[in-house]
Write a protein that binds this ligand. Structure first.
Ligand code: FES
Length: 148
């Protein structure tokens, strides 16, 4: 034990030092993780893509999901009803890995976060839900326009 009375930690016993150090380490880890959940649901801000629905066979039925191409960022379209479509960013809100379709929802191959067809987190690595884009339908043209 040092005789220095002006040194940091002077007068603190080993047990107090370890308790304080552990609390500081936990605080630092939580701060590095932001809100403690990890990640955010933000998505690309410059998306404006028109999708011809007939090009994606899986969108022919309610519950169908398709990864669309040509949007400049990975996007999945979900047919939510006979007339409604939803579009989600496939950029994982945890650390940015591209999420894949898995069953009736999505799964991130990096740490295993899973999401349902509404983009909500359902299991695996705790994170936020998938970012959802705005979708406008044009039934006459058989297209949807996805925008951020
Ligand atoms: S990047 Fe970690 S769960 Fe997707």
């Amino acid at each position: 034990m040092s005789d220095c009375t002006n040194c940091p930690g002077a007068g603190v016993n080993r047990r107090e030092f370890l308790a304080t150090s552990s609390a500081l380490a936990i605080t630092a880890v939580l701060a590095a993780c932001g809100d403690g959940i990890g990640g955010s649901a933000t998505g690309p801000s410059n998306v404006n893509a028109t999708v011809t629905l007939a090009n994606y066979a899986t969108l022919g039925t309610v519950g169908g999901i398709a990864v669309i191409s040509g949007a400049g960022t990975p996007i999945a379209v979900v047919r939510a009803s006979t007339t409604q479509y939803r579009a989600f960013s496939l950029i994982c809100p945890h650390q940015g890995t591209t999420v894949a379709i898995s069953g009736t929802g999505f799964r991130c191959p990096n740490h295993g976060a899973t999401f349902n067809a509404s983009g909500a987190w359902t299991g695996g690595q705790r994170t936020n839900g998938l970012f959802e884009f705005t979708v406008a339908s044009n039934a006459t043209a058989g297209t949807i326009t996805i925008s951020s």
